[in-house]
Design a binder for this molecule. Structure first.
Ligand SMILES: Nc1nc2c(ncn2[C@@H]2O[C@H](COP(=O)(O)OP(=O)(O)OP(=O)(O)O)[C@@H](O)[C@H]2O)c(=O)[nH]1
Ligand SMILES: [Mg+2]
Length: 467
């Protein structure tokens, strides 16, 4: 475990995105923040008191020449009431790329070092202001693509997951304490271990909530990570028309000529809060044309990586051998059959034919032209990618542990279940205590109490510089 270094250098970075904007913010964190600010900032009032959390108006100037660089507002935030728990200075300057670069250069010359990616948040974590799940939520906040994803990130940043883990941890600590009494006072061992109370507590306070968190991970992550949905089908069945319909925009070229789409086209949409990467592909058929053949290969590749395939059929045409081949090619992958061009008034036996050819698959009838059936298709996509029973998580379950958390939760659960089974067959209390402790260790790993340096490096490398 890394502990905060009292002698850590003062770091600085541009906190706002590159390019022009109304304002930009250059940020410093560390013990020398104020001293560095004083070297380059000329406040309007020469007796500026630099009170914590107050904005001061003035100019950034070259320390040697006194030449003005920019008119700014500067704020000092004294530790510990800051993002990093160190002294923090923010300089709000004009949002031009040269302005911010020049100010940062002056700050670095005055003694700060450039911040690494995520270093401000890393210091917030090392300073104990937030745990590792909250630090990870900062990235989820920045990368959220739907409001559902944002709500999940906000809950985690607010300490929701941290609080749940703390509750489980405290329960396990109590149970470990009881086991220690049993170890130290063998004459009381039977009372402690044989009673139903210990097992009931393990189930209620550790096993059940751990299982709930794992289930929440499985359901909730989709709102942050999103899914890839690939539209596949023979030429001219209406794949590009469907992409346009789902996008509500004429994105892909649609023509009556089979073989219109030669390459894959990708766009992002949101379906009931789930970010979806939607991929339109080249229509698949036997072809002698190289370009089309390459497009078809790419389509097959995309389909293989998809979380869900929309296999499209033209209801005005009889089922063709290629339709069967396509279905076989994606065997085992989640699929929705989409019977398109319903507006052409097709023979009802066509639908029966589809249902017979692909029994047990979800079938949605659609017209990409009139958009009839589009809402049904969106509902079917949502149900398929979230699992049949899933709804948008309610407030009470507003939590989505990520893959790293989930892996540790599964290990913690296994340890606690082992302790529970051990209790049932009267395993010695010192062995039970080992299992409980191991469960506690896995929980410590999640919140960052025992996380190794390289895991931390991996987590914080996902951040941008200045965060
Ligand atoms: N009547 C009707 N025509 C449709 C419908 N969907 C697509 N079409 C028409 O079918 C033709 C082919 O549509 P596209 O969307 O280009 O089909 P595609 O599957 O992308 O075709 P390729 O890119 O060539 O593989 C166009 O003339 C569309 O206007 C529909 O629901 N009803
Ligand atoms: Mg197309």
């Amino acid at each position: 475990m890394t502990t905060p270094e009292p002698s850590a250098p003062t770091i600085a970075a541009i906190a706002t995105p590159p390019g022009q904007g109304g304002i930009a913010i250059v940020r410093l964190s560390g013990a020398d923040s104020l001293a560095i600010l004083k070297k380059i900032f000329r406040p309007r009032r020469s007796d500026c008191p630099f009170q914590s959390h107050c904005l001061y108006y003035g100019w950034i100037v070259h320390p040697a020449s006194g030449e003005a660089v920019d008119e700014v507002l500067a704020v000092l935030m004294r530790a510990p009431r800051t993002y990093t728990r160190e002294d923090v200075v923010e300089i709000h300057c004009h949002g031009g790329p040269m302005v911010v670069r020049e100010i940062l250069a002056l700050i670095l010359t005055a003694g700060a070092v450039p911040a690494a990616a995520g270093e401000f948040t890393r210091r917030a974590f090392l300073g104990g202001r937030i745990d590792l799940t909250q630090a990870e939520a900062v990235v989820d906040m920045l990368t959220a693509r739907t409001s559902a994803g944002l709500r999940l990130a906000a809950a985690q940043l607010g300490g929701d997951l941290h609080a749940r883990l703390t509750t489980i941890r405290e329960a396990l600590l109590d149970i470990r304490a009881l086991l220690e009494v049993a170890i130290d006072f063998p004459e009381e061992e039977n009372d402690i271990l044989d009673g139903p109370e210990l097992r009931a507590r393990l189930s209620r306070d550790a096993i059940a909530p751990l299982r709930a968190l794992i289930a929440a991970a499985d359901q909730g992550r989709i709102y942050q990570e999103g899914v890839a949905v690939v539209i596949l089908g023979r030429p001219n069945v209406g794949k590009s028309s469907l992409l346009n319909a789902l996008l509500r925009e004429e994105r892909a070229i649609v023509t009556a000529t089979p073989g219109t789409t030669r390459d894959t086209i990708e766009e992002y949409i949101a379906i009931q809060g789930v970010p979806v990467r939607l991929v339109d592909t080249a229509g698949i058929r036997a072809t002698s044309e190289t370009v089309e053949e390459l497009g078809i290969q790419r389509a097959r590749g995309k389909a293989a990586e998809a979380d869900l395939v929309l296999l499209l059929f033209d209801l005005s045409q009889p089922l063709a051998p290629e339709d069967q081949e396509l279905y076989t090619a994606i065997a085992g992958q989640p699929v929705i059959l989409v019977a398109n061009k319903h507006d052409l008034g097709p023979d009802p036996s066509r639908l029966a034919e589809l249902a017979r050819a692909f029994p047990g698959e979800t079938l949605v009838v659609l017209s990409a032209k009139t958009l009839a059936g589009l809402a049904d298709l969106e509902a079917a996509i949502f149900a398929k990618v979230t699992g049949a029973a899933a709804e948008l998580p309610g407030q009470a379950h507003w939590c989505a542990p990520n893959a790293r958390h989930r892996a540790a939760l599964v290990k913690a659960l296994a340890c606690v279940e082992q302790a529970n089974q051990g209790l049932a067959v009267a395993v010695a209390p010192d062995l039970l205590a080992v299992d409980v402790q191991e469960g506690l260790d896995w929980l410590a790993e999640i919140v960052g109490q025992t996380t190794t340096e390289d895991v931390l490096d991996r987590i914080f490398s996902r951040f941008c510089i200045g965060k």
